[in-house]
Design a protein. Sequence first.
Length: 255
Amino acid sequence: MDALFGVPMRVGTIRQSEQATTEVVAEPVEEARASVHEQAVAHRDETSGRQGAKRAWRWVAVTSLVTVFRVRMSRGGHVARERLGEQCSGLLVTERSRAYHWYPVRWRQVCWSHVLRDCEARRGRGGASEEIGAPLLGQAPQMLVGWHRVREGTLQRSPFRSSMSPLRREVERLLAVGSQCGVPKTAGTCREMLKRREALWTFVQVEGVEPTNNTAERSIRPGVQWRKGSFGTQREDGSRFVESMLTVVATLKQQ
């Protein structure tokens, strides 16, 4: 601070300034957190970081109005429950993280970008795994072209839903075959996806739901950049400052 702005400042002063700033923005940050539970659709993601000598996670929730960050010491389902609240009934767009397995499948959309990466991995394993991964990837162009047309307004949702019915049957048939393919990793992934198959197709039925979680992945990038440009935080109050500042900056940019 002294070299750049001519303002002499010691480490202790920086910490005091961070705490004061966190207190000043506490009310609007809490309002943003509360509003997430009231929105019809929320995109959620997380990225790793450090708090002291331990690994921490920066969670993000993105709605049409706000972007909210939280720093927690776990990536587990109990953190997702704490962030969502027991009364949350909105639709979630997430990756295939186990942290959300407790959430009703009918209120979720699993990110197809992650699904297609899994399919690419299966194809790369060769043999019986490739026989599942390759045809699954082959279904993606039809699905994505149709979705983009719906979003652009050149295709009505009703014919889109009709066109997706045979594609859905084929994808689920391939997953069923893959669950018995004899390749443990591929079979396990296919079985897990079949258990939550309904969450693959929410975007087909519900307006305002996207098939990917790119919204959250884009929004969490400032948290990733902060992590790469620093040594993380040393204490919990430092993490509260980080999550508050990321929330304020991201939400103001969004609005």
